[in-house]
Design a protein around this ligand. Structure first.
Ligand SMILES: Cc1cc2nc3c(=O)[nH]c(=O)nc-3n(C[C@H](O)[C@H](O)[C@H](O)COP(=O)(O)O)c2cc1C
Length: 254
């Protein structure tokens, strides 16, 4: 339990951002309710336009309902293997009252922020997730009797469960292909060419340092009394390692 809690609270945000993958194959282990709660709570805490929190979440566990949802999502039957579906609903009316024409934009942005928060939270506690937004809107409105008077519109579904696959990272653009400096296109893009490379060196060093720090922390927990000098030595070694890795990172960077 103690170890689990540490795992829950210690995963680095950047690590979750980097390691999260869309999972479309789940084990049949049920997801504990406190974990489902943790995921939804991360959604609740997302930023939203004017703090209107225009989202609502419907948690779907019943196998029959999940099957129906998979059908409404253009027969994406892999969804059925996820023990929990979280339907994200946008409450358009309130946003419209505040923001008029821009409301569609804002409500979708709010819901997307909540979805990403939930997926990162799921990953950080050992769950897999996938965002699904290929669906037939009318079917979902009907299925859940969403109150159209309040402008309730389905935004997407986050599936969660224990992963039964470990997909490779799909090909993602390199930074220099998607970032410009100060203005659109032109010379600036070329100046970014080595950015990924520099970042990569930095990340290797950063991960190694983190590993060292985690080892020290684990030793501290298990030998809290009477082993101080051992820990001091380990600290010293970690700090030397950190310096060496940083030095070599600097050397490799172009
Ligand atoms: C707006 C949006 C809609 C998506 N809809 C679906 C979907 O209907 N079905 C699905 O299997 N994956 C869906 N995905 C997941 C993407 O396919 C996935 O994020 C992408 O391939 C990159 O993989 P990664 O999430 O592992 O980085 C969707 C993702 C987004 C952001």
């Amino acid at each position: 339990m103690r170890q689990e809690q540490e795992h829950w609270t210690h995963m680095d945000v950047l690590e979750a951002v980097r390691m999260r993958r869309s999972i479309r194959k789940y084990s049949d282990l049920p997801v504990e309710w406190d974990k489902v709660g943790t995921v939804i709570d991360a959604g609740r805490l997302a930023p939203s336009a004017g703090n209107l929190q225009s989202w609502r979440f419907v948690v779907v566990e019943a196998a029959g309902r999940r099957k129906e949802l998979a059908e409404a999502c253009m027969n994406q039957f892999w969804m059925e293997s996820a023990p929990v579906h979280i339907l994200i609903v946008m409450m358009m009316k309130k946003v419209k009252d505040f923001y008029g024409r821009r409301s569609e934009f804002y409500a979708a942005q709010d819901a997307a922020m909540a979805a990403q928060n939930m997926m990162l939270a799921a990953h950080s506690i050992g769950l897999g997730s996938c965002f699904v937004s290929a669906f037939d809107e009318e079917s979902i409105i009907e299925m859940f009797r969403l109150p159209e008077g309040e402008g309730a519109r389905p935004f997407g579904i986050v599936t969660i469960g224990y992963p039964a696959e470990a997909p490779q990272e799909p090909i993602k653009y390199r930074l220099e292909n998607v970032v410009f400096l100060g203005k659109w296109g032109g010379q600036n893009a070329a100046r970014m060419r080595d950015f990924d490379n520099i970042l990569w060196n930095f990340r290797v060093a950063e991960r190694a340092i983190k590993l060292g720090e985690n080892i020290v922390r684990a030793v501290e927990v298990h030998t809290r009394q009477g082993r101080k000098s051992f820990i001091d030595r380990l600290r010293q070694r970690t700090s030397e390692l950190k310096t060496r890795i940083e030095e070599s990172g600097k050397k490799k960077a172009p």
